[in-house]
Design a protein around this ligand. Structure first.
Ligand SMILES: C[S@@+](CC[C@H](N)C(=O)[O-])C[C@H]1O[C@@H](n2cnc3c(N)ncnc32)[C@H](O)[C@@H]1O
Length: 272
């Protein structure tokens, strides 16, 4: 049984801790989705746009560079501080995706880049996006493709299964890859009242300078898998690290490791 409050608190603590490592760990790959996400919601000059779970503010910053009027919200004060240090001219606020502090019918576009998979109550976030959008407004989110395609996650999860334990007593949350399924995206968008749902895959790539960087990035810059890694025995950690290194090495291109990390981009519209 999911205890949504316990899971939310676990995620919140995790993001407070991960904030200082997140840009180095994942920034170069999650930022690649900003352009397609903003294209999907037709973000342009004067679009009133809300970037939910903004993290270090990549999507908000790209929207602002297109002339959009942007607010970025995130429930982690450490992430909001990091975003504010990177992008001085953008408005960032602490706030919860599941209970947005904005009036209804306020925004032309709402986006969420790799946020939905971290929420205790993703349905509440979809309902909130619907509420704050103007009629005809667009909502788009990204999540990772399943781990057999997003190979950075796949290799770490396989190594944990082989050399350690996945069940380490974390507060249970919704499945990490739930929205990696296109049908699930369409169903939940429809249930929240969105129309014209469409889903596509973005062929993102994660480029790292060393095969050790995969383990480092996931153990420092993430939350759920990071906690699973932290709670292994020292022997299991060493074995997992070595297994991930070996598998990452198979993706070497010249002096770099280049991992396919596709994402799923889902779009829906608030009825007019
Ligand atoms: C994987 S990061 C994505 C950051 C950024 N959007 C990007 O493109 O890289 C997930 C973000 O979701 C935020 N987050 C998780 N749960 C949240 C919630 N309930 N409300 C607001 N932000 C949340 C975290 O603090 C973190 O910054």
């Amino acid at each position: 049984m999911i205890d949504a409050d316990a899971f939310r608190e676990f995620e919140h603590d995790g993001w407070q801790r991960a904030a200082e490592h997140y840009v180095d760990a994942f920034g170069a790959v999650t930022a690649q989705a900003a352009g397609p996400l903003l294209d999907a919601v037709a973000a342009g000059s004067a679009t009133q746009l809300l970037d939910v779970a903004t993290g270090p503010g990549f999507v908000a910053a790209e929207a602002a560079s297109r002339g959009a009027r942007v607010i970025g919200v995130d429930f982690s004060s450490a992430m909001i501080a990091a975003a504010g240090r990177r992008y001085h001219d953008i408005l960032f606020r602490e706030g919860d995706a599941e209970a947005l502090a904005f009036d209804g019918d306020t925004f032309d576009a709402v986006v969420m880049n790799f946020g939905l998979l971290h929420l205790a109550r993703p349905e509440a976030a979809l309902a909130e996006a619907m509420r704050v959008l103007r009629p005809g407004g667009r909502y788009a989110f990204t999540v990772w493709a399943p781990p057999d395609q997003a190979v950075g996650f796949g290799m770490v999860l396989r190594a944990i299964e082989r050399c350690g334990r996945l069940d380490v007593g974390l507060p249970e949350g919704p499945p990490f890859f739930r929205f990696s399924n296109a049908d699930e995206c369409r169903t939940e968008l429809g249930r929240a009242g969105f129309v014209g749902a469409s889903v596509r895959t973005l062929p993102l790539r994660w480029t790292l300078s060393s095969p050790d960087d995969v383990y480092e990035a996931i153990s420092r810059g993430g939350v759920r898998t990071a906690a699973i890694l932290r709670l292994q025995t020292a022997d299991a950690q060493a074995a997992i690290r070595a297994a991930v290194r070996d598998e990452a090495e198979q993706h070497r291109t010249a002096d770099r490791i280049v991992l396919p990390m596709p994402a799923v981009l889902a779009l829906g519209m608030k009825p007019t």
